[in-house]
Design a protein around this ligand. Structure first.
Ligand SMILES: Cc1cc2nc3c(=O)[nH]c(=O)nc-3n(C[C@H](O)[C@H](O)[C@H](O)COP(=O)(O)O)c2cc1C
Length: 315
């Protein structure tokens, strides 16, 4: 499935990922207080469409008292799963006791999850990390509290908060969590290629995987992974025509939901990801950063045809 990514997993990117087979996708994390205030930015994060299903909404927070209010507001939206973030390592988040900071307070996390399970009309899940740092790896304990609270599945990113997004993934710890729980465990961390995804399944026995950075500029990874696990087929890449068609489809969706000027601003980072590894791409990227007109941007995308058809695979 497509993992939640702040600033990335918006409606257009979720739709593109789904078009290549991602079976479940999440909003980025949304603060429960912001949901209660119904602010514009938050409403945008919750924007969805009928073909954007099944959808998980990911919540961030630390204070039980805001949960019920947020869930009341959420009854106005259609979604299928409520995920709670106990994994975000950003200091701005953890300083307030949210995200990965909750790993240090498994009881408190359990109490928050219990409230969510009691109030929510849809299944509740949680996303954790292996621990706060290497001296306090406690995912198994945290996961058991979470399971006791009545959650339906658990997502685990196999790194500590201190590791951020670097360093090795702790497959052994994910396996310990998987072995300790009765509910499904979905593993995250370096699911960047088919071989790494296979390694994740083999070494942890997880029930599913969430793909994050591996889908940036590479939504084909879902199609390739599904084929690979269905019948062992290793697809070895995709053509420049398909790449361009996908970029245009994604770009059109971003413009449709955000308007021309803002949409181009949002899409620039995706353009960088889609063109990763192309030799001599810098001048075209610079051009893409200078324009704020849709037609010009599309002309820039068309110029990609002059680049050699190259094959980037998710192997
Ligand atoms: C740009 C970015 C934003 C992220 N935002 C979130 C988020 O909002 N909620 C969350 O649970 N995880 C978030 N993550 C973590 C990913 O969901 C995933 O667990 C992590 O990147 C490890 O997977 P990977 O090594 O395959 O990228 C984010 C990751 C990235 C790279």
């Amino acid at each position: 499935m497509l993992a939640p990514m702040a600033g990335v997993s918006d409606l257009p990117f979720r739709l593109i990922s789904r078009s290549f087979g991602a079976p479940l996708a999440f909003t980025e994390m949304i603060d429960v207080r912001a949901i209660s205030h119904r602010d514009k930015r938050t409403r945008k994060m919750l924007m969805s469409s009928p073909d954007d299903r099944p959808l998980g909404v990911q919540l961030l927070g630390a204070d039980e008292k805001y949960l019920a209010g947020a869930l009341d507001v959420l009854t106005e939206y259609d979604f299928d799963l409520l995920d709670f973030n106990a994994a975000c390592p950003t200091p701005k988040v953890t300083r307030k006791g949210k995200g990965a900071a909750l790993l240090k307070e498994p009881r408190k996390l359990g109490a928050i999850l219990k409230v969510l399970v009691d109030y929510s009309k849809v299944p509740v899940t949680v996303k954790i990390r292996t621990g706060w740092d290497e001296d306090s790896v406690n995912a198994r304990e945290v996961a058991l509290y979470a399971e006791d609270a009545g959650i339906s599945a658990l997502f685990i990113h196999g790194r500590t908060k201190a590791q951020g997004y670097n360093g090795t993934v702790d497959y052994k710890n994910i396996k310990e969590v998987k072995d300790a729980l009765k509910i499904p465990v979905i593993a995250s961390g370096d699911n960047l290629s088919l071989l790494l995804i296979k390694k994740m399944f083999n070494e942890t026995g997880c029930d599913g995987v969430a793909i994050a950075r591996g889908a940036l500029g590479n939504p084909w990874i879902f199609r390739e992974a599904i084929r690979f696990f269905q019948d062992g087929t290793l697809m070895t890449g995709f053509s420049m025509d398909e790449r361009i068609a996908t970029i245009i489809k994604h770009f059109d969706l971003v413009i449709e939901y955000n308007g021309e000027e803002r949409g181009i601003g949002i899409f620039r980072k995706f353009f960088i990801w889609y063109t990763k590894g192309l030799r001599g791409i810098k001048p075209l990227r610079d051009k893409a950063f200078r324009t704020n007109k849709k037609d010009q941007f599309l002309e820039i995308v068309e110029e990609l045809r002059t680049f050699h058809d190259f094959h980037l695979s998710s192997l």
